[in-house]
Design a protein around this ligand. Sequence first.
Ligand SMILES: [Zn+2]
Length: 520
Amino acid sequence: MRSIFVGLVLFSGIAAAQDYDLVIRGGRIVDGTGRAAYAGDVALRDGKIAAVGVVAGKGRDEIAAGGRVVAPGFIDVHTHADDIADLPVAENFLRMGVTTLIAGNCGSSTTDVGFWFSNLQRVGVAVNMATLIGQGSVRAQVMGGSFMRPATDDERAKMRALVDRGMAEGAVGLSTGLIYLPGTFTPTAELVELAKVVAGHGGIYASHMRYENARITEALDEVLTVARGAGIRAQVSHIKLSSPAAWGRAAEIAAYLAKARADGIDIAQDQYAYTASSTNISALVDEKVREGGTAAFVKRMADPAVKAATVEEMKTSLRNGRRPDYAYAVIANFRPNSKLNGKTVPEAARLVRGSDTLDDQIALVLDLVAQGGAQAVFHGMDEDDLRAFMVLPLTMIASDSGVRKFAEGVPHPRGYGNNARVLGRYVRELKLLTLEEAVRKMTKLPAETFRLGERGELRAGFAGDVVIFDPQTVGDPANFAEPHAYAAGFSEVVVNGVPVIRDGQLTTARPGRPVKLGGK
Ligand SMILES: [Zn+2]
């Protein structure tokens, strides 16, 4: 009897020693489904989650969670991290718990998805990467320098072929940036045609819509036209109501989306947790005079009649938005003169032109665009609308950020703080969302919506992407004045079973993988 007993103990001891690569013990498990948190352990093996709950076996490595939250790594479906190969650690994302990013948003992406993925693998990145294929980039490549027209039959065939190849190489869908060049000149029918190709692969149509202001329902109508016409699932990118003229309509827009779903359209949305947006300051200037690039713009501005019409159009646009001037616009990164970084347009106009009248503000903006443009932050949204969108069950939390180079420029703080801000401000402080619901919006909901396969949930067999954070201290010290500050509260970040942040310190590991449609 005694020898059998010893044998069993030995057997279980040997088995235990080999059980898991990593065990996280004593966590408050928030598993990504929205289910109530519970006390438990998470075990990982071979890059995947092997067990969740009470884990008896031993890990080669163990982490004591000490009651902190253990959750799936966050999935950010709306990023501009297309250049991640240049900054492969993506520390701004890692430190707010993001382990999987979708690039290629707002119509702008690589047009060679296969090469993009293989390059990531060659370089080695710390996070998992998926991409959309950008309709603007495809249009630019096929149509060359002239976009202010519908594409020809031949060009449309070439665009379809490019999109088809991108999808075959693993893109998760098609994105648009319909306020940007060259996307803005795209007829809806052209979008439907490309979306059909994407639908054939099971991908999604993610749209930075034509309008996010008082004309938002026209823009949503166009999204539905594409969704219906192509039989494709749709995503409203960074849902918002921009300009005072549009504020207060979140309930109406929520009802619009609910009706679309009731009518059989599969549509959802993502959002960043700030009332300011960020894009190039050239967005303030009519696309028709910017078409063809900076030199073409400068040439057109030399014509007094064109310039006067452009100035008039800018004034009309301000009036339509019920704005007195450009005080809501802050220059974030203007390479030719970094003294302007962090200044509002009126402040910059005073500095450069000695006056901040509206005409001087407009002259300054046109001057910046003539010098290649500048990254800018626009304080254009209302907090009540933001909260109304955030509580919608199909709203995902997404940053709209690229990989940040620490201390460069004065960018939007969302690139450092977005997820942490939701968990700190909107969950802990304002109690707008439960912790479980917020985590679901960052994990399982995006994984399912974008069909990323077995990610976004703490469940055996799923990818070993896990974060540990302290719900009492999680937060976003980055703000508009000083945006370069990493999120607080994340002590451990594990990607495909490998810790990339351990005890709050970066490791040297870069275990990120390409994530293709369906999780392949
Ligand atoms: Zn966008």
